[in-house]
Ligand binder design. Structure first.
Ligand SMILES: [Zn+2]
Length: 258
């Protein structure tokens, strides 16, 4: 091989490698997980399907992956978790079936490696949510992750933006969404960095009650967001405002690009 040819091949090979690296590093990954108990008449492809549909439109540069409890490795195999930038979690009746081994891996990815974690509605009691919250306190009672009350007496909730400068609130004005089940304050969790949203729920008896809806924390190197809305009987995750909140939350929770 002549000298010129050698350099041509060498430069071509080097630039190909760079291109590959750029392509691999270019797409961020969000995994949307729901346990699979969501009613098919409201969510034909589960809550994971509805959220993924919104994120695919709102975050075209992202790879959006769906996972569920009945999938191999409970929907979050090691190789996927390793490249996941943000994990979104919706669980309700089957928290206890999620393997402790998987929970420990999720906590490690958030705390030590900066993966974002978003817990939705009844995932306040999900194992990964509770385990992550527990890392922020010395007394487990301060991270019970319980709400004051749980009541299916609601028609709509008026969502109020309480931290308008927060990236998760960008482009969101106060709005109203259908909501059958609300949780009442207090949410027993470590002090959040921000309460981005609060809500006023309209009850079927004509009364209203205010409660906190959206919270953020930092857990080690990772960011966490919890949204109280998301009961499975209404298509809340098809609401345009909720979808915008989800896309904003994913961008906010993602670690900085390496
Ligand atoms: Zn619910």
């Amino acid at each position: 091989m002549g000298k010129v040819m050698f350099w041509f091949v060498a430069v071509f090979a080097a630039s190909s490698l760079l291109l590959c690296a750029a392509a691999e590093g270019g797409k961020r990954v969000v995994v949307v997980w729901s346990e699979g108990t969501e009613p098919k008449n409201v969510y034909p492809d589960g809550i994971k399907g509805a959220i993924a549909e919104g994120l695919t439109k709102d975050l075209p540069d992202w790879e959006v992956v769906k996972g569920g409890l009945n999938d191999p490795d409970q929907g979050v195999p090691d190789d996927l978790l390793k490249r996941c930038d943000v994990l979104i979690w919706w669980g309700h009746q089957k928290h206890g079936l999620v393997k402790d081994e998987l929970v420990a891996k999720i906590v490690k990815r958030v705390k030590e490696e900066g993966m974002g974690f978003i817990a939705l509605h009844s995932s306040h009691y999900a194992k990964p949510n509770k385990a992550l919250m527990a890392t922020l306190v010395d007394d487990p009672n301060k991270a019970a992750c319980s709400w004051g009350h749980y009541v299916a007496d609601t028609t709509t909730t008026d969502v109020k933006v309480t931290d308008p400068k927060h990236p998760i609130a960008q482009g969101i004005q106060d709005f109203t969404c259908a909501n059958e089940e609300r949780y009442g304050d207090p949410y027993v969790v470590p002090k959040p960095l921000s309460v981005v949203f609060e809500g006023v729920s309209h009850m079927k008896n004509g009364q209203t009650e205010r409660s906190q809806l959206g919270f953020t924390w930092e857990v080690g190197k990772g960011r966490m967001f919890y949204l109280q809305l998301g009961h499975e009987s209404k298509p809340i995750f098809c609401d345009e405002n909720i979808r915008k909140i989800m896309a904003n939350a994913v961008k906010w929770a993602a670690p900085e690009k390496k």
